[in-house]
Design a protein around this ligand. Structure first.
Ligand SMILES: *[C@@H]1O[C@H](CO)[C@@H](O)[C@H](O)[C@H]1NC(C)=O
Ligand SMILES: *[C@@H]1O[C@H](CO)[C@@H](O)[C@H](O)[C@H]1NC(C)=O
Ligand SMILES: *[C@@H]1O[C@H](CO)[C@@H](O)[C@H](O)[C@H]1NC(C)=O
Ligand SMILES: *[C@@H]1O[C@H](CO)[C@@H](O)[C@H](O)[C@H]1NC(C)=O
Ligand SMILES: *[C@@H]1O[C@H](CO)[C@@H](O)[C@H](O)[C@H]1NC(C)=O
Ligand SMILES: *[C@@H]1O[C@H](CO)[C@@H](O)[C@H](O)[C@H]1NC(C)=O
Ligand SMILES: *[C@@H]1O[C@H](CO)[C@@H](O)[C@H](O)[C@H]1NC(C)=O
Ligand SMILES: *[C@@H]1O[C@H](CO)[C@@H](O)[C@H](O)[C@H]1NC(C)=O
Length: 390
């Protein structure tokens, strides 16, 4: 017997339409969902999954940042999904027997958290004028990831955010929310038909919802190269216009590569530069990296809206040193998950506490010296079957 119920709490016509369009758009959707191919004047649809009011508040600050500055009306559709794990098969069977057919799962599971999440969303909507559609997912833990992945297709989201399975307590220490949530995250990373962001929320020492005057948040996006890093950088297009966020791109380049300025006018012919081989990555990838950096330069860096820093590193340990140096300077790091066998991160593996975050994300999430929040981004994998996973 399948005990799964998807209760749509707030269902706007847009969602309804999306269900109808689903079948027609399915093939097309795979190409369209990556953020790299999405422009800021196209609709951005994000799904934030939360299992409590605490992570809801954290993800609301992300939503608020992505939505841009107050008053700016952009095609932006944030959805929030409350995950309610059913405890045990037998228990829920009992429940159905006792109450008969019209049992209200909602009344028995996660009600308190739902109320608190509702409160957070209500006060958020008042402050920000951003309407968030709510979805509630009540299911057993074993099929949670599958339901989430299916929902991302039905709701046609570009990226799904999941909370990291550990959270920071008021005293600054870290608490584990449970290995089953970690396993769920891993499964979503493995199967999601869209991009995935794992959010390590350190709201006490790190990133906080930018509001009011004078509370500008320093955000850094680290760029080594590869599809995941490009997706992370592409997500930051939606941060760039927010006056309460100061975004800096930090590009890591191999120390022994020839000096080449990656930031230049796109109109400048640079076929000579493209012949320079970067170890560990092939020409196509390198070109894609460069053209994205160029786009950022032309749109944001050249007009001073976004900062740009280049770091030359020799190897993994050297990169670690740099990461420690910059760790204190930003409230949020946005990083791509994997980058194949990139020589700049290859010997950082000592960390290996949460390999699902990739080497750099794992360092920031696990290091006790880092106070910043972290958002680890994985690009949707469907068109990258041969991409090396670390
Ligand atoms: C961080 O989250 C905790 C738990 O939800 C909350 O009590 C606290 O007010 C938050 N702190 C900040 C600075 O937002
Ligand atoms: C949860 O709700 C129950 C009643 O529905 C209430 O007795 C209890 O105090 C609530 N717990 C919290 C933490 O709000
Ligand atoms: C949350 O709020 C919506 C409307 O704001 C309401 O329809 C829904 O019943 C609320 N859910 C809970 C669990 O209170
Ligand atoms: C998810 O979707 C697939 C294909 O549409 C379906 O076979 C599967 O049963 C769905 N899973 C759940 C848990 O609904
Ligand atoms: C930034 O804001 C301006 C005006 O508010 C708008 O024209 C522009 O499209 C926005 N850019 C992005 C990337 O959102
Ligand atoms: C980029 O192009 C603009 C206008 O086309 C020009 O003023 C500027 O000097 C160029 N910069 C570089 C570095 O070539
Ligand atoms: C280079 O990368 C592209 C895209 O990632 C891939 O299709 C191609 O097979 C790769 N070529 C080699 C020689 O690895
Ligand atoms: C992290 O924050 C704590 C408390 O605010 C501070 O004492 C510590 O020096 C910070 N560490 C780093 C590496 O910034």
């Amino acid at each position: 017997m399948v005990i799964a119920a998807l209760v749509i709490t707030t269902l706007l016509s847009g969602v309804l339409a999306s269900f109808l369009l689903k079948a027609r758009d399915k093939d097309f959707a795979h190409e369209k969902t990556s953020l790299e191919s999405l422009d800021t004047n196209e609709e951005l649809r994000v799904l934030s999954c939360v299992y409590g009011a605490r992570c809801a508040r954290g993800e609301l600050s992300l939503i608020s940042s992505l939505s841009g500055s107050h008053g700016a009306s952009k095609p932006f559709t944030p959805l929030l999904m409350h995950l309610v794990p059913l405890p045990k098969k037998r228990k829920s069977e009992l429940l159905y027997h006792e109450h008969g057919e019209d049992v209200h799962v909602e009344e028995d599971f996660g009600t308190n958290e739902s109320l608190m999440i509702n409160d957070s969303i209500d006060s958020f909507a008042k402050d920000s004028k951003i309407l968030i559609q709510q979805v509630k997912l009540v299911t057993q833990m074993v099929s949670m990831h599958e339901e989430i992945c299916n929902a991302t297709e039905d709701l046609r989201v570009n990226i799904v955010f999941l909370p990291f399975h550990k959270h920071q307590r008021i005293d600054g220490k870290t608490t584990n929310d449970g290995e089953h949530f970690r396993q769920m995250n891993r499964n979503v990373l493995r199967h999601a038909p869209c991009s995935v962001g794992i959010f390590v929320d350190r709201n006490i020492t790190g990133f906080q919802q930018p509001h009011g005057f004078g509370s500008v948040q320093e955000v850094a996006v680290l760029f080594f190269g590869g599809p995941d890093d490009r997706e992370a950088l592409s997500l930051c297009k939606w941060f760039a216009n927010n006056t309460l966020i100061h975004l800096t791109i930090i590009q890591f380049v191999p120390e022994d590569s020839q000096p080449e300025s990656p930031i230049r006018n796109a109109t400048t012919p640079d076929s000579g530069d493209l012949l320079i081989e970067v170890r560990g990555r092939n020409q196509t990838e390198h070109e894609a990296d460069r053209s994205l950096l160029e786009e950022f330069h032309n749109r944001f860096v050249s007009i001073g809206q976004v900062g740009f820093i280049e770091k030359r590193v020799a190897n993994g340990p050297h990169t670690l040193t740099v990461l420690r140096e910059i760790g204190e300077m930003y409230q949020l790091f946005v990083v791509g998950k994997s980058r194949g066998d990139c020589p700049m991160t290859v010997r950082m593996k000592d960390w290996e506490e949460c390999p699902e975050l990739g080497t750099v994300g794992d360092f920031f999430a696990s290091s006790l010296d880092v106070n910043a929040s972290v958002l680890v981004v994985q690009k949707q994998r469907h068109s990258h079957d041969n991409f090396i996973d670390d």
